[in-house]
Design a protein around this ligand. Structure first.
Ligand code: SAH
Ligand code: SF4
Length: 358
């Protein structure tokens, strides 16, 4: 059964008509769903009981429920959501001064399999549906008190957004739409591990969202070790990112997760400088958040602060604009995918379907 949150406006109108309702009642329902964020038919006071009952027989209001919350000392809160089929996904609320950012997921697991990432450890189980993506925002917003509005949205949770554009684009539309959740497109950032063809499609979407590209290394051989399913050369990824910039007038952010002795050496800085040159962008360095299982299996380590600073300085000397991400939620499992790993481990490795390998 599809939840109401998963229906397009046209489909909602259709569902209301089939349940014996009028077009204005579909608009009332939409108001309850997106403006009042209700999760229960009982709360939809101006919708006749008969109509509610007829709709409820076919559509639950929502698909997800919170099964676990994990609040870190710095206020970062991870939520584990259970979906209708029993799968679980994470989203993370990150308060920071006046800003409150929500990090949302697009897939259950991830097919890309980056060697340092908890989300990719067991492959992908399935794409999230549009409603399941939107619900992460509804659920997280309901947990914030009135004085702390959600200011930013980052699509940097579990999964590779470019491999689920069919559901992500309508979800972003709903989140951005003034009749929906009304989040400004400039406050929405989507992160990808680099799929040039899908980035073109993302670029064609209106409005213009921010794009972040997880580069990690500018040397093809090293990048393939870190992102084993990456089939596109670094220069193609960079070219696609800058076409995005040209089209949207947005500056691309390149993310580099730093692993000690692996991609934080002077030669790695030199490769980044050579590959990016004078293109307008920012490099965001992310010291790796250790995942115990990965440290044990692969011996990866987070570099010391001095090493991170040295790497940042080398990039700056080469003319690049650099930021370093502060660690958040450090006292808990901060990187996305870890709460699910601990609380609801997937039953086993799961191969990526063919269409996830483009
Ligand atoms: N799949 C997309 C978006 C989700 S991952 C992508 O890879 O861009 C979002 C960001 O978190 C990526 O830059 C990824 O490299 C980073 N990341 C994943 N695991 C991490 C970890 N353990 N520590 C630090 N950053 C991590
Ligand atoms: Fe997937 Fe992103 Fe994790 Fe890589 S870093 S496995 S692309 S979620």
């Amino acid at each position: 059964m599809r939840a109401l949150t998963d229906l397009t406006d046209t489909e909602l109108g259709e569902a209301v008509r089939e349940a014996g309702g009028q077009p204005f009642q579909a608009r009332q329902l939409a108001h309850w769903l997106w403006k009042h964020a209700v999760d229960d038919y009982a709360a939809m006071q101006n919708v006749p009981q008969r109509l509610r009952q007829a709709l409820a027989a076919k559509h639950p209001v929502r698909a997800a429920t919170i099964v676990k919350q994990d609040l870190a000392e710095d206020g970062t809160e991870k939520l584990l959501l259970r979906l209708a089929d029993g799968e679980t996904v994470e989203c993370v609320v990150i308060p920071d001064g006046d800003r409150t950012t929500l990090c949302i997921s697009t897939q259950v697991g991830c097919p890309v399999g980056c060697v340092f990432c908890a989300s990719g450890m067991f492959g992908v189980r399935r794409n999230l549906r549009t409603g399941e993506i939107v619900e992460q925002v509804l659920v997280a917003r309901a947990r914030l008190d009135g004085n702390r509005p959600l200011t930013n949205l980052v699509v940097m949770g579990m999964g590779e957004p470019m491999l689920n554009l069919d559901h992500l684009l309508p979800a972003l539309q709903r989140l951005h739409d003034p009749g929906g959740l009304n989040i400004g497109a400039r406050r929405i950032t989507v992160s990808t591990s680099g799929y040039p063809r899908q980035m073109e499609r993302f670029a064609a979407a209106d409005p213009s969202y921010n794009l972040a590209v997880s580069l990690h290394a500018a040397n093809d051989e090293l990048r393939r070790r870190l992102v084993p399913t990456a089939t596109h050369p670094v220069r193609e990824i960079i070219a696609a990112a800058h076409r995005y910039f040209g089209l949207k007038g947005r500056e691309v952010t390149y993310e580099v997760v730093l692993l000690e002795g692996v991609n934080d050496r002077p030669v790695d800085a030199a490769h980044l400088i050579a590959a990016i040159g004078r293109l307008p962008c920012t490099i965001n360095l992310i010291p790796w958040n250790p995942v115990a299982e990965i440290t044990k299996a692969r011996g990866l380590r987070r570099p010391a602060t001095a090493r991170v600073d040295g790497f940042a300085e080398a990039l700056r000397q080469g003319g690049l604009k650099v930021t370093v991400r502060r660690q958040r939620g450090a006292d808990r499992s901060a990187a996305c995918g870890q709460l699910r790993l601990r609380e609801a481990p997937p039953p086993g490795a799961c191969a990526a379907p063919d269409d996830q390998r483009t």
